[in-house]
Ligand binder design. Structure first.
Ligand code: NAI
Ligand code: MG
Length: 350
């Protein structure tokens, strides 16, 4: 039994989550997974009507769930940042989701932005630290709004925080049989990333079966473009992870396929497409649901059904190979038709 909280959110979030839930419901009934779903109406409508983002009683209730399935939040009628900070970041911090898991997988050579690099070369996963680093929110102003103003923003690396993300990455590399690359700026950030280096080397001793290597962050951006095939799993800090995962999204063919897991195995984890609520195309049934469907696949994997997650991946592969996709990927299907097609392929794969 597992309980899934569904937060469709705003704009196309609702449309794509609908298709993700379609896939989950099919898997649930066909393979008797014992999943239950409950929808939560967090987002712009609730905020505009009641001034509420995530009320405490909702937070308390969400604690009893196994996973959160999120569409996207953001609406032109609400000042930018309010919903994103008040809902997305709120949940990430409240549940201390310290792992941001971002697969970078190219499904078809026709979407590769790199000459001579295709599906065999572009296939790796980024494990981004999601709670500290330069994004911990520590800093301040001195003499604000004067010519002598000073602003500081501190980079936090706690040994516990670094150890837990490294452990997750080593375990992930071991499970998937891949090499683990750590990327930092230890030559310049001689305190925070020195800690990363020492923690990484110490943990590598415990995982002698996992092959490891190291690239400085500036060098890794060049390698990701020039030789993406050398990567299996990359672990890095919050700031650098933010940047290289967007680079990764482009390597795999754009936002339509980029998916994100915000994970803490001890609390509640949250799975979502990387894209936003796309108000420019909302309500037209043309949004690409594949990233959200891949997020559904991550949920079943997280819940221990790895073979079903692989099947979702195969179904996405098939729909892309057969051009059963939305207009943004060059196809002619609507959002709901892609979802229906996915379920049809899953039935054939049974
Ligand atoms: P966006 O990702 O919503 O859209 C950027 C462009 O990509 C738009 O032209 C959109 O039509 C297109 N696009 C995005 N997802 C698509 C899909 N599934 N299928 C086809 N086309 C797609 O980013 P934007 O426009 O900067 O932000 C819109 C709103 O979403 C803002 O309020 C922003 O704050 C919010 N946002 C929320 C996120 C989240 O909830 N995780 C992440 C990013 C933005
Ligand atoms: Mg980003």
């Amino acid at each position: 039994m597992a309980k899934i909280a569904v937060i469709p959110g705003d704009g196309i979030g609702k449309e794509v989550v609908n298709e993700g839930v379609k896939v989950l419901e099919y898997l649930n009934s066909t393979y008797e997974l014992g999943l239950s779903f409950k929808e939560f109406d967090l987002g712009a409508a609730r905020y505009l009507k009641y001034g509420e983002l995530v009320p405490d009683n909702v937070l308390n209730e969400l604690e009893t769930f196994d996973a959160i399935f999120l569409g996207a939040v953001g609406d032109p009628a609400v000042e930018p940042g309010i919903l994103e900070k008040g809902i997305l970041l709120k949940l990430r911090f409240y549940f201390d989701q310290y792992v941001n898991l971002r697969p970078v997988k190219l499904y078809n050579d026709r979407f590769s932005p790199l000459k001579g690099k295709g599906v065999d070369e572009i296939n790796f996963t980024v494990v981004r630290e999601n709670t500290e680093g330069l994004y911990a929110g520590i800093g301040g102003f001195l003499k604000k709004d004067t010519p002598d103003e000073i602003a500081t923003q501190e980079m936090i690396a706690s040994r516990k925080g670094v150890d837990r993300i490294l452990k997750y990455a080593f375990e992930y590399a071991r499970k998937t049989g891949g090499k683990l690359t750590v990327s930092d700026k230890s030559n310049v950030l001689t305190y925070a990333h020195n800690l990363w280096q020492r923690a990484f080397k110490a943990m590598a001793q415990e995982y002698s079966d996992v092959e490891t290597n190291h690239y400085l962050i500036d060098a890794i951006t060049m390698k990701m473009v020039r030789n993406p095939e050398i990567f299996d799993v990359i672990v890095t800090c919050n700031l650098f992870g933010d940047i290289i995962t967007d680079l990764g999204a482009e390597l795999q063919g754009g936002m339509g396929l980029a998916v994100s897991g915000n994970i803490n195995p001890d609390t509640v984890s949250m799975f979502e497409p990387v894209h936003g609520s796309a108000p420019d195309i909302a309500g037209q049934n043309i949004a690409n649901p594949l990233a959200t469907i891949l997020a559904a696949g991550m949920i079943v994997e997280y819940l221990g059904h790895e073979e079903l997650s692989a099947m979702v991946d195969q179904a996405v592969q098939s729909s892309i190979d057969n051009n059963k996709v939305t207009p943004d990927m060059g196809g002619e299907l609507s959002t709901s038709e892609v979802g229906n097609h996915l379920v049809k392929v899953l039935k054939e794969l049974k």
